[in-house]
Design a protein around this ligand. Structure first.
Ligand code: SF4
Length: 772
């Protein structure tokens, strides 16, 4: 059976590659687009959030004869005020490629065969039941996404945590923003940014920390550039490990060696204290000082466990800790000149300048991701530049609903929609709202994402249901996890819209409704919840992920917990979910309000959105009678952490002499399964590549476009070189975008993670290059 299945998959992978290549040629995938020729020409417009990044631009979808035919920016949406980037403008084309999955498929005798969706749903319910009976409740799992709608994530959590009693619920946002969450929790005791996009209209200085905003959050970047043009007192500093389009547009580009942002952030704090730029009124009233464990490891072993222990320290101890981080010492570690460190410190320290720091994957995908989040907060807290218009440490989010569905609904193993499984009060609240016995909710978290796929490989998990994500492209150290998913007694269900390397390993494929083919809500980077209606019908038997889960839940006997009808379920789910967030710290807008507006920021209290949290002028949850109230912490103070520089899990040596950094390009969304089916985006960047510094390329004898082998201790991939392209890494580093399934760069990356957030580091491992 094993050999048969493997052989089948090898064959299936080869034929799928051919089919995919065919489908991706411009024109070929859009034969049906021609239907527009006989179109009535009548277009109606409906609002939705764009689904291709965490910015959350409002778009208007033009629908004609039941088909989405056009997109324009929503002028009423405060996020983008009518503007979109190229992904947004072309987004509806992703609905209509020829190889769309429209029917369910089941593996029978090694072949994937089409079946009525009811049969597939029956099989899934039966498999869950039998697997739990034979191997226990923690042998089944669900793995979702920051592209899940809020109702998708909510019903997944309710079914698995509340009804089945397993905490085996994770989402791919673990790979993109878990360090931002633990950063917030450790510094402020409550998650999600205190500021909002309006900060851009007030700040004088923007510092991007390892964040290529020009490509990753292009509409926000345009807003920043527009502010610089409109006001003559705006400066943009790009602080990064390679030169990108953001560096090119910035007023100053400062490069640092990978991982050494930790040291530079501490050096900035050292300078702020040395020059007495500390805002003492703020610090004395609102800040306390702490340290945690050090030498905390990297999680590369199975079952790795770590628990931090916070200890209070005083300002003098913190100041002594920083003595190891003088600009001169840090210049040697980081490659950033002492002059540039002092320059950045002076910008943060100048009381007349409002400073906003932006970051995203560069800081979060980091084996010390929690720490570097803490350290940037330290800078803002020392100078009191926080929670006021323009003064904002701002962690941006990659996916359209990583905040909404993963952070707010709590689709991570340790989380509940309100609070954590470890807390009895939170479990009681969940049991009551979900109408399940309290004992059903297990007080122990199980597996974070990397460990979940390790458990699948080991056989501790036998059944996994994957929705709206493509882990067989995105998992670091990919080969191990793909081999694990392919093992004989594993059962893999995949709900998706197009064939991917993940559907290649599936035993059941469910056709999913995509984006505006269903009603739902997303939550963007600035605490904004955005509702969208079902604007066009899903094709064939495709249905929303929410409804798929409801169907399976009912087959498992949970009709009472999932009683809603198909014409009202989203509104009912939203109102049930809202109960978890009652109160001024997190109140969500009612369903009726969400439907009318292009987005509503929470906390939504007495009909008013909250733009700046922790500031008594704006935030109704502030109760301590002071100008600021960091109410997430018991002491109502934000925490400054002494966190040291520690090296990366793997770094270049004599054998593997280059850093490998991975990321994205503006044209493609994540693994490209949708954007590579949009001809104009595919034509713009038809395949991935490896960016090499021109001097390194000359030494290797490689010219632009030549094939290069990238080899690590875990695997290798051969791909075309890009020299003097849009991004230029420094000598000794290469960069590869991960959107292209024909070049699986994650076979090369390392599955080391931040021990606190459990988020893997996709930005740093050691490789060598060979001319292919
Ligand atoms: S910036 Fe992001 S949300 Fe806005 S249009 Fe582009 S992809 Fe969509």
């Amino acid at each position: 059976m094993k050999l048969n299945r493997r052989r089948f998959l090898k064959y299936a992978a080869a034929s799928s590659a051919v089919a995919t290549a065919g489908a991706l040629f411009p024109g070929a995938s859009f034969g049906s687009w021609q239907k527009l020729k006989n179109n009535s020409g009548i277009i109606s417009w409906q609002k939705a959030p764009c689904r291709f990044c965490g910015t959350g631009c409002g778009v208007l979808i033009g629908v004609s004869d039941g088909r989405a035919v056009a997109v324009k920016g929503d002028p009423n949406c405060s996020v983008n005020k009518g503007l979109c980037c190229m992904k947004g403008y072309h987004s509806v084309q992703a609905l209509y490629a020829k190889d769309r999955i429209t029917t369910a498929k089941i593996r029978k005798n090694g072949e994937m065969v089409e079946v009525p969706i009811k049969e597939a749903l029956d099989l899934i319910a039966d498999k869950i039941k039998k697997t739990m009976e034979k191997h226990g409740k923690d042998s089944v799992a669900i793995y979702g996404s920051g592209q899940w709608t809020i109702p998708d994530g909510y019903v997944a959590s309710k079914l698995f945590k509340g009804c089945l009693g397993t905490n085996n619920v994770e989402a791919n946002a673990r790979l993109c923003m878990a360090s931002a969450v633990t950063g917030f929790m450790t510094s402020f005791g409550i998650d999600e940014p205190m500021g909002c996009y309006e900060d851009m209209d007030h700040a004088n200085v923007f510092i991007t920390w390892g964040n290529n905003m020009a490509e990753m959050h292009p509409v926000l970047f345009s807003r920043m550039l527009a502010n610089r043009k409109r006001r003559n007192n705006v400066t943009i500093i790009d602080f990064a490990t390679r030169s990108t389009r953001t560096s090119q547009a910035a007023d100053k580009s400062i490069l640092f060696r990978p991982q050494t942002d930790l040291a530079v952030a501490n050096a900035i704090c050292y300078e702020i204290i040395k020059n007495d730029w500390v805002n003492w009124d703020f610090v004395n009233e609102h800040v306390s000082f702490h340290k945690g464990k050090t030498n905390i490891g990297y999680g590369t072993q199975d079952h790795f466990a770590f628990k931090d222990k916070a200890e209070s320290i005083d300002f003098e101890e913190y100041k002594r800790f920083l003595e190891d981080y003088t600009p001169e010492k840090v210049e040697k570690i980081s490659g950033v000149s002492a002059k540039n460190i002092k320059y950045m410190a002076a910008l943060y320290g100048d009381p007349d300048l409002k400073v906003t720091s932006f970051w995203c994957m560069g800081m979060n995908q980091h084996t010390r991701g929690t720490w570097i989040n803490n350290l940037v907060y330290n800078i803002h807290l020392l100078v009191g530049k926080i929670s006021t218009p323009g003064n904002s440490p701002f962690s941006l989010t990659g996916q359209p609903s990583a905040c909404g569905t993963v952070r707010e609904v709590g689709t991570l193993t340790h989380k509940l929609p309100h609070g954590v499984v470890m807390n009895e009060h939170h479990r009681k609240m969940a049991a009551e709202i979900w109408d399940v016995p309290l004992e059903n909710i297990d007080p122990k978290p199980t597996y974070h994402t990397v460990e979940m796929f390790r458990a699948l490989d080991r056989g501790d998990i036998k059944f996994i249901w994957i929705q709206v994500t493509n882990p067989m492209v995105t998992m670091p150290n990919l080969r191990r996890y793909r081999d694990g998913a392919l093992k004989d007694d594993r059962f893999v269900v995949v709900s998706d819209v197009y064939p991917t390397p993940t559907t290649d390993v599936a035993d059941v494929i469910l056709p999913a409704a995509m984006w505006v083919e269903q009603e739902g809500m997303f939550g963007n980077s600035e605490r904004r919840t955005q509702h969208f209606a079902e604007i066009v019908k899903p094709p064939g038997e495709a249905m929303s992920d929410t409804w798929q889960i409801i169907e399976v839940a009912r087959r498992l006997g949970f009709e009472k917990q999932f009683p809603w009808s198909q014409d009202e379920y989203i509104g009912k789910i939203w109102e049930e979910y809202r109960k978890f967030h009652a109160g001024p710290k997190h109140e969500m807008a009612p369903y009726t309000v969400l439907k009318k507006r292009s987005g509503v920021q929470w906390p939504f209290v007495d009909g008013k959105e909250t733009r700046w949290r922790f500031n008594a002028k704006y935030d109704p949850a502030c109760t301590n009678g002071k100008d600021f109230d960091f109410y997430g912490k018991k002491n109502h103070r934000a925490w400054i952490w002494a966190r040291p520089y520690e090296p990366a899990a793997e770094f270049p040596d004599g054998e593997y002499n280059f850093w490998l950094n991975t990321g994205r390009v503006i044209e493609h969304w994540h693994t490209g399964s949708m954007t590579r089916r949009i001809p104009v985006l595919h034509n713009a960047v038809p395949h991935s590549y490896v960016e090499i510094n021109p001097e390194d390329a000359a030494e290797l004898g490689v010219v632009n476009g030549e094939m290069v082998k990238i080899i690590s201790r875990r695997g290798e991939v051969t791909m075309p070189a890009s020299i003097r392209g849009r991004g230029v890494p420094p000598r000794g580093m290469v960069f590869v975008p991960f959107f292209d399934e024909s070049y699986l760069i994650n076979e090369v990356t390392l599955d080391a993670f931040c021990p606190i957030s459990k988020q893997p580091d996709y930005k740093k491992c050691a490789v060598r290059l060979e001319k292919a």
